[in-house]
Ligand binder design. Structure first.
Ligand code: PFF
Length: 460
């Protein structure tokens, strides 16, 4: 077990860690992606499959990332190097570090759209809502919003683990929860909301296919911020006597609670206003503004909703940037401040093509001449390509490799010892070996199968 360097920061308390890690996990994935995936894939049936994947695969893997981080007291590259410095394994940590920044580069673009909706609602309440395509195609809106989001993210990360990340998570997560409760209350009290609740909570197993299972697993995985080194990095700031099982369990529980609540917020309103719940990715940015436009108190609720979305994205963006920053701080002479602003600048440069790919620069809006339209859907823009490469492929690949590393190179037993430290008797005689088997076999095999099925499905 590596000792922390004297100046390495730690979370001030369990609550601080849980809120920061839940802030990472709760993001666009919960509020934007989860409801439309459930809407497309059989409502309650999808929710049940999602919960099964979460409990059987994703949560055990979350424990592995936390244990790896706390053991090494370093960023993902350093944490792997602390165990095996002379093999190519640290490159897997490098993949996490690079992918974190790449994901942030386009995640911040979508987050900027949410901020744009808040501002637009504030300056022009009640304006017609069919403006989504115009807003995201206008570089004079999109670039400052995207840049501003990254600027604020870098500012928080520059403040450090306790005074930046933890402090803001403690402020923003309760605000997010209150906003969510307010909007749910408005949504479920609309006349006709019951049909939405039925749709959301009644399982429709006729919609379930193998592919729905793949979707649910991928979603659970993205939602818990796995495979990207964020949980390794956040785990590295935990003290040795912290119970990883309990605190990781809280993070997973909060993340799931908020995703389930997001469905309660969205579907009753969508049904009450007679809209289609299976609208795919446009559900949040196109359908919901229409829903808000038609309901009593709609423009106020709409502003709150996009504020909620922006806050959720913000605490996730912070964790994505922190992975790269912790790498620079641990492995180079850069100060945290310089690293945060430098990494924010790189994310901005990397994200500009995505920001300009929604109509501002036609050459960036359709890359089918370069990448075809098999993997990325018809007329894929830079943002779609980035999301597929980093948000789907790199994320899943690095998670499979990380679990192989933990299970076979570090050794599942060693990892279990780390996991047990600080737990008292939480990991029992039966649970321990089951966890080892999950990390050595079940997780890498399932996740690689998901990757292959996903790729084959896109090709065929
Ligand atoms: N978990 C975030 C969400 O649900 O939106 C997305 C995410 C954040 C993925 C951080 C990966 C990550 F490292």
């Amino acid at each position: 077990m590596a000792l922390p360097s004297p100046e390495r920061e730690q979370w001030s308390s369990r609550l601080g860690f849980v809120l920061a890690a839940a802030g990472s996990a709760i993001g666009l994935g919960n509020i934007w992606r989860f409801p439309f995936k459930a809407g497309d894939n059989g409502g309650g049936a999808f929710v049940l499959i999602y919960l099964t994947c979460l409990v059987l695969l994703c949560v055990p893997y979350l424990f592995a990332e936390l244990a790896l981080g706390r053991n090494g007291k370093r960023n993902p590259v350093g944490a792997i190097r602390a165990i095996d410095a002379r093999s190519p394994w640290p490159l897997v940590g490098g993949l996490c570090v690079v992918a974190g920044l790449a994901i942030l580069s386009y995640y911040a673009v979508v987050a900027g759209w949410a901020v744009g909706y808040v501002l637009r609602d504030l300056v022009a309440a009640g304006a017609p809502d069919a403006v989504f395509a115009r807003v995201i195609a206008d570089p004079l809106w999109v670039v400052p919003l995207f840049g501003g989001f990254l600027f604020a993210t870098a500012g928080v990360v520059a403040g450090g683990v306790r005074r930046g990340i933890e402090r803001w998570a403690k402020i923003l997560m309760p605000v997010l929860f209150v906003l969510l409760c307010l909007i749910i209350f408005r949504s479920v009290t609309l006349p006709g909301a019951g049909a939405g609740l039925d749709f959301y909570l009644t399982p429709d197993f006729s919609k379930v296919s193998g592919l729905v299972v793949v979707e649910a697993l991928g979603q659970a995985f993205f939602s818990l911020s796995l495979g990207m080194g964020t949980m390794i990095t956040y785990g590295s700031y935990l003290p040795d006597d912290e119970n990883l099982i309990v605190s990781g369990g809280y993070v997973a529980a909060f993340d799931t609670l908020i995703a389930l609540m997001a469905g309660l917020m969205i579907f009753p309103a969508v049904f009450a206003m007679g809209q289609n719940p299976a609208e795919g990715p446009s559900l949040v940015f196109v359908v919901l503004p229409d829903v808000f436009g038609a309901m009593p108190l709609g423009s106020f609720v709409g502003t709150l909703f996009f504020l909620l979305l922006a806050i959720a994205a913000f605490t996730s963006g912070i964790s994505l940037l922190e992975v790269f920053v912790s790498y620079l701080v641990d492995e180079t002479p850069w100060s945290r401040r310089a690293a945060a602003w430098g990494a924010g600048g790189i994310a901005f440069a990397l994200g500009l093509p995505s920001a300009l790919s929604q109509g501002a620069v036609p050459a960036l809006s359709d890359l089918s001449w370069l990448v075809g339209d098999r993997f990325f859907g018809p007329s894929p823009g830079v943002l779609d390509v980035m999301d597929f490469l980093w948000g789907s492929v790199a994320l899943v690949l690095s998670a499979a490799l990380l679990s192989l590393f933990v299970g076979w190179v570090w050794g599942a037993d060693e990892a279990l010892t780390e996991l047990r430290s600080g737990t008292g008797h939480t990991v029992g005689r039966v649970a321990g070996p089951v966890w080892c088997a999950a990390i050595k076999y079940a997780f890498p095999i399932t996740i690689l199968a998901v990757l292959v099925i996903d790729l084959l499905y896109d090709v065929l």
